[in-house]
Design a protein around this ligand. Structure first.
Ligand SMILES: [Zn+2]
Ligand SMILES: [Zn+2]
Length: 281
C-alpha cells in the first residue's frame, strides 16, 4: 500500500453489501458539503467559495488544506458538492427508460394503463427480473389510448368511456397521447377523433388537450413520474427504496470532489481545467 494513504482523518465505514440505484435529489443534497452556485473557480488567486473549486470539496494544492476535513491534499479523500438546476432536465442515459415508463402510465393520473384483470398483465407481474417485467408490462400497455379501458373484452361505447373507467377500474378515463422521442426531445401527440352529437354537428372529442402536438418539457414529464405510486414503481421494475422513476429526471447535480478532477499543470503559470472549461461552455 502506498504509504501516503495509510492514514485518513475521515470516518471510515465497512462495506456490508453493494446495492446499485440512482441517487434521489434529496440524497445528493445530503452527501453534499457545499452548494455550488458559481462557474468561476478562483477569486483573487484563491479557490472561490461556492465556485466549482470550492475549498470544501477538497484541495489539489499542496499548500492548501481541505476546509471540510482540514486534511492536506494527500490525506483528504475529497467531498461532493451539489448544484440545484434552475429547471429539471432529461438525463441522456435515462431518457429511453423514461419514454418506456411514460408509455406505460396514464399521462393524466400516472396509473399503469394496463387492465389489472388482463391475463397478460397478471403474467407480466410474475416475472421476477425487473427489466424483463418492465418490457412485458410495456407490451401490455402500449397502444392503450384511454386510461384503464380494456381492448379485448369489448370495452364500452365511446361516450361511456369516462364513466366506465371511473366505475369499473378506477382509472381517470383520460385520452392518452402518442409519445415519441426525437433526440433529446419528447413529443406528445393527441389523436383528435370526431363524432356526431345529438344535433348532428361534428364535434371534436379531445378529452385532454386541444393542442394536437406538444413538446414535453422535463418539468411536465417529472410531474407525471412523481405521481407514480411506489407500488406501481415496483411493478414497473423500480424498487422505490433505491430508484424511483422521477429520479431519472435531473433536478440536482452532484459536483464531484476536486481530487477526481485535478487540474493538469501545463507550466508554472497555466493550468488546464478541461472539466471546468467545459462547464463554462
Ligand atoms: Zn477533506
Ligand atoms: Zn388516468
Amino acid at each position: 500500500m502506498d504509504v501516503r494513504f495509510q492514514h485518513s482523518p475521515c470516518d471510515v465505514s465497512k462495506v456490508k453489501s453493494v446495492q446499485f440505484g440512482i441517487l434521489s435529489p434529496e440524497e445528493i443534497r445530503q452527501i453534499s458539503v457545499a452548494l455550488i452556485e458559481h462557474g468561476e473557480t478562483t477569486e483573487k488567486g484563491k479557490p472561490k467559495v461556492g465556485g466549482l473549486s470550492d475549498p470544501r470539496l477538497g484541495t489539489t494544492e499542496r499548500k492548501l488544506k481541505c476546509e471540510t476535513c482540514m486534511a492536506s491534499m494527500a490525506e483528504c479523500p475529497g467531498h461532493f458538492g451539489h448544484l440545484e438546476l434552475a429547471k429539471p432536465m432529461f438525463h441522456i442515459g435515462f431518457i429511453k427508460t423514461v419514454l418506456t415508463i411514460l408509455r406505460c402510465v396514464c399521462f393524466n393520473c400516472s396509473k399503469i394503463l394496463a387492465n389489472k384483470d388482463d391475463i397478460r398483465f397478471k403474467q407480466a407481474l410474475k416475472i421476477r427480473n425487473p427489466k424483463n417485467r418492465l418490457r412485458r408490462i410495456y407490451d401490455v400497455c402500449k397502444g392503450k389510448r384511454i386510461c384503464y379501458i380494456t381492448d379485448e373484452t369489448g370495452g364500452p361505447e365511446e361516450e361511456d368511456v369516462i364513466e366506465f373507467a371511473k366505475k369499473k377500474k378506477g382509472g381517470c378515463g383520460a385520452q392518452q397521447p402518442n409519445i415519441t422521442i426525437d433526440g433529446m426531445k419528447i413529443i406528445a401527440e393527441y389523436k383528435i377523433s370526431k363524432k356526431k352529437n345529438d344535433n348532428n354537428q361534428e364535434q371534436q372529442i379531445n378529452l385532454e388537450n386541444t393542442e394536437k402536438k406538444q413538446l414535453l418539457t422535463a418539468e411536465k414529464v417529472l410531474n407525471v413520474l412523481k405521481r407514480i405510486t411506489n407500488e406501481d414503481s415496483q411493478r414497473l421494475g423500480f424498487n422505490p427504496e433505491y430508484v424511483r422513476p422521477d429520479w431519472m429526471i435531473l433536478q440536482t447535480l452532484p459536483i464531484p470532489p476536486l481530487a477526481t478532477r485535478p487540474a493538469v499543470m501545463m507550466n508554472t503559470s497555466n493550468k488546464s481545467e478541461s472539466l471546468r472549461e467545459g462547464w463554462k461552455l
